[in-house]
Structures are given as structure tokens and as C-alpha cells.
Design a protein around this ligand. Sequence first.
Ligand code: GTP
Ligand code: MG
Length: 369
Amino acid sequence: MKNDMEHWEDHHREEFEGSALVVARGVEDAPAVNPSFRRVPRRELSTGEYVEGIERGDATILSQAITLVESNNPAHYDQARQIVERTLPFSGRSQRIGITGVPGAGKSTFIEAVGGMVLSEGHRLAVLAVDPSSERSGGSILGDKTRMESLAANPAVFIRPSPSAGELGGVARKSRETIVLCEAAGFDVVFVETVGVGQSETTVHSMVDLMLMLQIAGAGDELQGIKRGIMEMADLVAVTKADGANVDRARLAKTQFVNALSLFPTPESGWRARAYTCSAVTGEGLREVWEGIEEFFAFTRANGFFETNRNSQKRFWMRETIDQALREEFYKRPDIAAMLESFQQQVLEDQLSPFVAARRLLDLYFGGK
Ligand SMILES: Nc1nc2c(ncn2[C@@H]2O[C@H](COP(=O)(O)OP(=O)(O)OP(=O)(O)O)[C@@H](O)[C@H]2O)c(=O)[nH]1
Ligand SMILES: [Mg+2]
């Protein structure tokens, strides 16, 4: 069945074919979304051509390279890996900003509004979405596209929807490598929008320098966020939609956040989280939030946390990838899979301790190598 994104693409594909508009298309190896649509035949690019195109800031080639990195087709793995490796030395020179908040909190609208300000300061802006739930992927970019119209038309902006869902690890790797490619292409401010539900925030947190949490006043979520341990990840909290009849409620919510945040111990960054109100409609408060972001970067660069954090993120992703691959291989091995059930049963019946059962399976695994 077609998702929203595919329907939307059906309608808009012609507009993008050959145009300079940099809204990215879906994965290349996805089934044709419209059987009557004839893909313009394209010569396969060499790795060198990809790398050179990216370094030149060519948005079409960047887009194609990301598609390759996101592809689940093993035939693409090698080239994708080479492209990432060769662009890596040109990456890293950006401010990576995670933006989180419940669905409808106003993330895309905020990015559109602040984006103009960021561009006027001479930056080039990449907007990526990370949405690990399959149901919603595509859905969010539909919102992004319609809510980021003025940004989407700007050649200094690159907008990319979430890679297609799969396990979170896959989405995380793809998004991280997409950041690398965007940076190599000269985008020096990267916004990563993610839905404020569950694991995705933690994932995004481990690939950005700063987390901005958007909140709506009076949704009753304020305390939930605090309880769920999400607030600890926020470097800035902004209560959105502080306009019209909502202004007082937004201010009140902000005060609650200021109080709540003051109770947290100072994090490793040394930066005390700040709270703001803002409105993407009136524009009020947006500049303050952006200045807060810039202050965060100045502060963490000065005290060394910026580097330390990026290094620990690199370490984390290396270890995480090893962990995942080992775990997967373990459970996939036929001899392990065959024994797992019966060992588990014995554990449940107290015939084996969980540790002994695990040890035997591990011995079987390592012995059988
Ligand atoms: N009054 C008012 N409405 C706003 C403001 N910002 C966003 N909205 C509205 O809130 C709704 C949701 O905005 P989005 O920007 O799509 O929210 P989002 O957080 O990106 O939503 P998802 O991507 O679906 O998670 C839209 O109808 C916006 O017009 C604001 O500052 N003031
Ligand atoms: Mg959105």
C-alpha cells in the first residue's frame, strides 16, 4: 500500500525531475510508486564523481549519494561505504542541532521560521528527519514539505526525509552518514527533526551537539517529559505557540520548566539548560532561541565539551555497531536458534540457572566458530 509520501511523490515528481529544487526523492530500490512513470535514464556515477559532486555542493548528487547510503540493496553497500569514507575528512564542520517534541509541537514550523534567520547569517542549512516508526515515516516529511515551503525553494537549503524504517540501528546509521555527506557538501547548520516519542530522541541525542526540546503549553506533557528522563537531554527548552490567547499559558509553562530544570544537577557539558517561549507565527522569541543555540556552541567549544562529546559519540557508534552485529549473528546461527528454546524452557523450570544456560549457548557459539 502506498504511504502518504508516495502519494505525494506521485503528484509532485515531475516538478522535481531535473529541477534545482533539492527536496530529496525516496530510496532508489523501492518499488515503482507509479507504474506509468518513466524514470529518466541515468548513467551510474563513479565513486569519484559522487565525492567530487558532493564536495562541489551539488544537491542532486548529494541526494543520490544519500539514497545509496540508505539503500538496503547489498549491491550498493561497497560504493556507499567508499563515498562515506572519502567524504569523512571534509565533514564535521557544522553545528548539529536536534529538535524534538511531540507530534504537532511545531518542530517543522519552527525550523522554517528560524531557518530564514540562519540563512540570513550566511549559513547553509540541512534539515533531516529521523523517524524510526514505519507508520509515520514519510508522514513527517509531508508536513515538512508543506510547512517548509520557503526553505525548500532555497538552494542554500537541503531537506531530506527520514530513511525508511527498519530497526532503529539502521535508521541511526543512515542518518549519521547522511549528516557526514551534508557536511562535506558544505551545509554548516544541520537540523535533525525527530518525533518526541520513545527511543528516537535518545538516538538523535547521540548524533547531535545540542538538543532543543519544543513543548506545547498546557498539554500536560511537561511533567511527563521530566519523568521520562527526556528533559535531562535538553540543552534548551522552548515553549512554542506563544501567541494569541496562548501567551499566558506559554509563559506559565516556561516558568515551570525553569523551576524543573534548576533541580537537575549540572550536566557534563557544564551548560545549564535554558527555557524560552516563542511563536513561529509572530516571530517573537525566535531570535532569543537562536542566540541561545549560538551561546551553547560558543560555551561548549570553549570548555572542550564539544570535542569530547563528538568523540564519545564516535566511540559509541563504533561499539554499538559491533554489539548489534554480534548479537544478530549469534541469534541467527542455526545451531543456536535450535537450542535456544529448550534452554529457555529449562531456565523457566528452574532446571538451569539463566547464567549457566547463557554460558552453554555462548560456549556452543564460540566453540562452533
Ligand atoms: N499558533 C501557532 N501555531 C503554530 C505555531 N507553530 C506551529 N503551529 C501549528 O501547529 C501545527 C503543527 O505544526 P508542525 O510544525 O507541523 O509540528 P511538528 O512538530 O513538525 O509536527 P510533526 O512533524 O507531525 O511531529 C500546525 O498546524 C502549525 O501551523 C506557532 O508558533 N503558533
Ligand atoms: Mg514536522
